[in-house]
Design a protein around this ligand. Sequence first.
Ligand code: NAD
Length: 414
Amino acid sequence: MFQKLSPPTSGETIHMETGNRLRVPDTPILPFIEGDGIGPDIWRACREVLDAAVNKAYAGKRKIHWFEIYAGEKAQAHYGEWLPEDTLKAIATYRVAIKGPLTTPVGGGFRSLNVSLRQLLELYACVRPIRYFTGVPAPVKEPEKVDFVIFRENTEDVYSGLEWKQGSNEAMRLIHFLNNELKAKVREDSGVGIKPISITASKRLIRMAIQYAIDHQRSSVTLVHKGNIMKFTEGAFKEWGYEIAKEAFPQQTITEDELWQNHDGKAPAGKIVIKDRIADNMFQQLLIRPHEYDVIASPNLNGDYLSDAGAAQVGGLGMAPGANIGDQAALFEATHGTAPKYANQDKVNPSSLILSGVMMLEHLGWQEAADAVVQGLQKTIQQKRVTYDLARHLEGATLLKCSEFATAISNNLA
Ligand code: NAD
C-alpha cells in the first residue's frame, strides 16, 4: 500500500460511518509527523503525556498505536521530497493524525507544507480554541474571560495561490481583461491576486462551526467578515452563514435580530445565537468583551489574524493548539513554527502540541483522557513548574526543560 512506510502490525484503523461520524476502536493506529527544528523535542513530550493520560483514563483498555510518517526535512532524508505521497495516503487512510511544526522550504515549488497538506487533504477548517490557563502570564487584565473557538476557512480567499507577479505576462493579461472587459481601473504596474469565496466552502465551514457549537453546548456562532467593503466575497460569506443556519439547523439556531425582536435579548434554552461582526470591530470586541464570543467562523485571512491575536491575549502561541479538519480526515498541529534556534535543546514549551493532542483525544471521543491532560497541565502551571518562556515572566517559577515539563504533567494527571 505504501512506498516506504510500514504501518504498525498491531492496532486498528479508524473508520468513517455515514454522516461523517468516526468509529474509533480502542486501539487506533494514529500517524504522527515529528516535525522539524524543535519538533522532535515537543513531540517526545506530547507523546509521553498523551500515552500517560490514555493509560490513566482507561487503565490499559485503550491505547494509541503510533505510526511515524514523514514531511519536511525528515521526508527529504527518506524520500528526497518534502511531502511524499505516502504521507498524504497515510493521513487519508487512518483519518486522524498529529504533526509538529515544519520548515517552509525555500523554493522547491511549495508555498508552505502546511498549506499544501490542508489543500491536498481538503482539510477545510482550521480550528483554534483560545482559552486561558490560570497562572500563565498574559498581557490583558482579565484573560480568564477568554474562551472561544475560531473556525477559519482554509482553502480559499486570498490564500488560494491565485496571484501573479507585477509585470508578468499573466498579470498584464489579467489587468488588460479587467480594464477592457469589465471597465475596472487597475494600474498597469500592479501585481494581482484573486480572492475567491464560494458558497460551497463557506457553507461547509459554517456548518461545521454550528455543529461544533451544538455538540459542545456553546451559546453563539459569530460570522466575522469585512462585508461592508467586500460585499460579494466577505459579505456573501456572512449571508451564506445565515442561510446554512436556517437550512441545516432551523430548530437549534436563532439570529441575533430575532433574539432582540422576539426574546428581549435572552436566548431561549438550547438555541444557539447566530450573529455577525465586521472584522475590524471584532478585534476590539475580543479585547474588550471576550466573554460575549464563543464560536467564531471566518474566511481565511481574517481568521489568520484573529487566531494569533486571540492566542496572544492568553499568553502566546506557545500555548495555542490547532487542528485542520475536513470531512474525511483531521490533522492536529502545534500552531507555532520550528523555532530553529532552540532545536534539540530540550528547552521549549510543548503545550501547543500537547493541547493539540487534547483536541485530538476529544475528536476521538476520548474526553476522559483529554480532561486529564488539561487538569495535569493546569496543575503544573499553577505549581509554577514551567519552561523558560513562561518562567521568565513568573515570579518564583521553577525552570523545567521540555521533557521535565512533560513528566511533571504526566505526574499531575488527575
Ligand atoms: P516560530 O514560531 O518558529 O518561532 C518564533 C519564536 O517564537 C521563536 O524564536 C521562539 O522565541 C518562540 N517560540 C516558538 N515556539 C515556541 C515554543 N514551543 N516554546 C517557546 N517559545 C517558542 O516562527 P518563525 O521563526 O517565524 O518560523 C520558523 C520556521 O517555522 C519557518 O520555516 C516557518 O515557515 C515555519 N513555520 C511553521 C509552522 C507550522 O509548521 N505550523 C508555523 C509557523 C512557522
